[in-house]
Design a protein around this ligand. Sequence first.
Ligand code: SAM
Length: 331
Amino acid sequence: MTPPTSPLVDPFGRTVRDLRISITDRCNFRCTYCLPEEGLAWLPREELLRFEEIVRVARVCVERFGFNGIRLTGGEPTVRAQLPGLVGQLAALGTDLSLTTNGAGFGLLAADLAAAGLRRVNISCDSLRRERFAAMARRDALPQVLDGIDAALAVDLSPVKVNCVLVRGRNDDEILDLAAFGRDWGVTMRFIEFMPLDAEKAWDETAVVPADEVVATIDAVWPLDAVAERGAQPAERWRYRDGAGEIGVVASVSRSFCGTCDRVRLTADGMFRSCLFATREADLRSLLRAGASDDELAAAIAAEVGTKWAGHSIGRVDFIRPSRSMSQIGG
Ligand code: SAM
């Protein structure tokens, strides 16, 4: 018999309920703020968790600890074969199931993913200018990404959110164009501060475009009101006063939101992390492949959550960059 569900509370009193699962470290883009041009050494296939292993970890999190959110990410999750099959198995767990994708291959998959039980999608798009998009993603794929956004709207994966990482001097002159795009297309733009998780280690604080600047720039043209309830969401929400939807700003660097964090992560190779910036991880893949019971998996997950920090320390002298990049951990 399955033991009763009991919430997983970290040492700072936060209840952990949200699991980000990276299903591959591979990506078909080479965004300059994430990956080097030549890519990274991809994980050998046998090191990736198999679908049944991913579903098992997710099931333990849901059944034992009452997790209510699962987000699939990568790398680029749409490059993993049979994605709708995985989505169907995870959807059966009954949580809010979402996906983060670069959108380039999403148009072809949208209907199957929605039919399999995907509820929401975030699609990344850092520029609306084709040449600049190609320079930032190192792939000339803006038309495919726009098709992907269109497909997400067509199958009603709403609200469709569009993630944009702003990098000073690269795309910060497009804040208003991107906001106008969100208003016109009926999607929620989410402006994300550039974090020190780029594989090329080029990040520095001067490249970060602070969330306050984004809000002020947009508010000067289309007035915004703060949306009060935010919960554990990373994005602070702002609503257009004229009723044309909303934006989100993810102030991970200038105003971290660790105090309400309810997230943990499973990497594509089965390492369980209590924070994007954690310097340690629990090896669930070895446990799974050694025949561990659900009790043993649950104990390993709970122990790792017991090491969750109060918050990351970007910008402080004691900050230690994680040894893996965003694409390897899963963004
Ligand atoms: N490939 C998918 C995508 O493009 O959305 C999912 C994985 S990607 C790592 C997830 C999100 O992380 C994307 O919105 C991406 O722009 C963002 N990201 C990657 N590196 C980042 C960095 N150094 N700082 C902030 N966001 C980053």
